[in-house]
Every structure is written in structure tokens, then in C-alpha cells.
Design a protein around this ligand. Structure first.
Ligand code: AHG
Ligand code: MN
Ligand code: MN
Length: 335
């Protein structure tokens, strides 16, 4: 039987062979993976660990926090603050940036995360996850400021997510394709289970919250309407729909078998560009999808080229199988 390759070995070999992973970045990714392991254990305990339910607090975006949102946030901070690889962190669950305390050495990386994605699925035992993005701190000796995080997604040096589903799977890119690692609970380590992940360019599957249809813009309405017409319509084929309401789980399905995922701008809150957050949801997922041969746009522009202006900025998201994303994007320029 072929030897199993742990995440540690994979990262060491990437560092050695491709020089893609400096040692501080390798340490950072190992620490994030360790934090995900511990979040996975908390998720698995569920009611037995007293982790279900709401926490009686709101985050900066006005969303009610779940207990696990807060636990996952704390696990990620505690795991990452002392190792010397980071200068600062930012999270969906914290208003401002979190500077590594002075008592610890400062590293050269910035870490952003959505500690628990798919919060509405926690209590109903449906897949949820953690999303993360790593940026380089701009050069210079001054302290880190929020503005240092406002880098377009194409400047990410690593990105990934961990999905807590029937299996716990960590999915990672450092700019050299996408690799998947499954948590082996007996060994306590992530084991490489898929390399060079590729998203098929064509698909018959779309993911969108259909209950918002009446609020969508014309290009998205047109695209979905054509899919719904199936074999008899202009697309000449039947489509299937999936909506898990955890971006992590929807993107994981797309990386596994293709599909297109959309959370577009809609008229409910016309001043917000969308629901999902650019810095710690759309950018890392957009890069992973591109690295697997897919595409990610906001309907008008590549997600990774958007210049962020705020830490918690929102964005319209269309990502997945390349030909479908190109089609939806082209509808935005013709309508
Ligand atoms: P979060 O739990 O981190 O706030 O993110 C939830 C997001 C995303 O994961 C999912 O695709 C979407 O919200 C679901 O939204 P609806 O409940 O509107 O379907
Ligand atoms: Mn989220
Ligand atoms: Mn979240």
C-alpha cells in the first residue's frame, strides 16, 4: 500500500522542492490546521460539549453570534498568536484587527478568517467550516494597521478552508494547485487524499438561494431562468440544484464534482454589494476555485482583482465551473 502523506510532510516537500513555502508560512499553516482539528472536535461533540445554541451577542455585521462562532474564533487566535509567524489577524467575529501581543515575537504574515462558516447549520447538524486567507505584511518597521490588510485577493500567499462534515477535510492552496487532506482521527493528523484538484469546465448543477429570486438583478434571473427551462430551453439540458447554506460545503462540492455557486447582489439591501465578505470568504474561495481551473467574479470583474476598501466589505459572488461563470458574467455586460 502506498505510504500516506501527512500535511506536515506535504508542506515540508513543497518547501524543499518548489520553494513555495517559506518556513514561517509552513508553521502558520500547520498551526491553522491544528486549530481546525480542535474546532472539528468541538463541532463533533455538539450538545455533549455544550457548544450548540446562541451566544447572546452580535458581531460587527449585526449578526447574532452562535456559541461555536465565538469558540472557533478564540481557538484560532489562541493557536496563532504566540508562534512568531504572524503580525496580526482579522476575523468575521471581530470589529477591528487583532495585533499579536507585544509579549510574543512578531512575524511577517497577516491571517484573515471566517472562524465558523454556515452558522445557521450548526444546530441542525449540517456541514459547516472554517475559511482562511494569508497575506504578507507590507514591508517596513512600523506597526500593522487595518489598511495593511486591504490587499486584493491576487496577493494572497495561501488560502484554504476546513469543512466539518461526515469527514473533516482541509483544502489548501499556496498557488500551486489545490490539495485536500482528510483528518485521520486515530492518528490525529491530516492526510493527503487528493492532489491537483480540477473543477470540470461544464456543469449541470447550480447553487443559489432561490427564495431571493424576486430580489435578483436581470442577468442572474436570466441565467437561472434558462437553467430551469431544462432540455426544452436555450441550454438544451436539465439542471440540478443544491443549496447547503454553508459556503464551505457548497464550494467543497464544486471542487469535488463541479457546479456554479452564486450569492449575487440583490434588491433587499441595495447599498450592500452582496452578502458574503470579500476578505475572508470570497477571496480565499475565489483563489482556490481559480487554482482548480474554475473562475470567480462579482459579475463584472474577477474577485481577486477587487481592491478592498474595508475589512468587512461585502461582495457579490459567482464562482465555480469556468464556462458557467463566464456565461453569467457575460450576461452582466449584455443586459
Ligand atoms: P456565516 O455563517 O459565516 O455568516 O456565512 C453564511 C453565509 C454562507 O456560508 C452561505 O453561503 C450563506 O451565508 C447562506 O445564506 P442564506 O442563509 O441567505 O442562504
Ligand atoms: Mn461565512
Ligand atoms: Mn462565520
Amino acid at each position: 500500500m502506498a505510504k500516506s502523506i501527512s500535511l506536515t510532510r506535504y508542506l515540508v516537500e513543497q518547501q524543499r522542492v518548489d520553494g513555495l513555502i517559506p518556513s514561517q508560512l509552513r508553521l502558520l499553516l500547520e498551526v491553522v490546521a491544528r486549530a481546525c482539528k480542535s474546532i472539528s472536535h468541538a463541532v463533533n461533540k455538539g450538545a455533549l460539549g455544550g457548544v450548540l445554541g446562541t451566544a447572546n451577542s452580535e458581531n460587527v455585521q449585526g449578526e447574532i453570534q452562535k456559541k461555536l462562532d465565538i469558540i472557533a474564533n478564540e481557538v484560532l487566535i489562541e493557536a496563532n498568536e504566540w508562534g512568531g509567524h504572524l503580525a496580526a489577524m482579522a476575523s468575521e467575529e471581530m470589529d477591528g484587527i487583532y495585533l499579536v501581543p507585544n509579549r510574543y515575537p512578531q512575524g511577517e504574515y497577516l491571517l484573515l478568517f471566517d472562524p465558523l462558516d454556515g452558522s445557521s447549520n450548526i444546530d441542525v447538524n449540517v456541514s459547516i467550516g472554517t475559511i482562511f486567507s494569508v497575506l504578507k505584511k507590507p514591508d517596513g518597521d512600523r506597526g500593522v494597521e487595518e489598511g495593511d490588510f486591504l490587499q486584493p485577493g491576487h496577493q494572497q500567499v495561501a488560502a484554504g478552508y476546513c469543512v466539518y462534515g461526515p469527514q473533516t477535510t482541509l483544502v489548501l492552496t499556496v498557488g500551486d494547485g489545490v490539495a485536500m487532506f482528510t483528518l485521520d482521527r486515530e492518528q490525529g493528523s491530516f492526510v493527503l487524499t487528493e492532489e491537483n484538484v480540477r473543477i470540470p469546465e461544464d456543469t449541470k448543477e447550480f447553487a443559489i438561494n432561490m427564495s431571493n429570486m424576486r430580489h435578483w438583478d436581470e442577468p442572474v434571473k436570466r441565467y437561472i431562468d434558462e437553467c430551469l427551462q431544462g432540455k426544452e430551453g436555450p441550454r438544451g439540458k436539465d439542471f440540478n440544484m443544491r443549496w447547503i447554506a454553508s459556503m464551505v460545503a457548497d464550494v467543497h462540492r464544486i471542487l469535488t464534482r463541479g457546479g456554479v455557486f452564486m450569492y449575487p447582489w440583490d434588491k433587499r439591501e441595495p447599498n450592500k454589494p452582496g452578502k458574503l465578505r470579500l476578505m475572508y470568504e470570497a477571496n480565499p474561495m475565489g483563489w482556490l476555485v481559480e487554482q482548480a481551473g474554475g473562475a470567480a467574479t462579482n459579475g463584472k470583474q474577477r474577485i481577486l482583482d477587487i481592491q478592498p476598501t474595508q475589512l468587512h466589505e461585502r461582495v457579490s459572488v459567482i464562482l465555480g465551473s469556468k464556462n458557467e461563470v463566464d456565461r453569467v458574467t457575460s450576461y452582466h455586460s449584455t443586459l
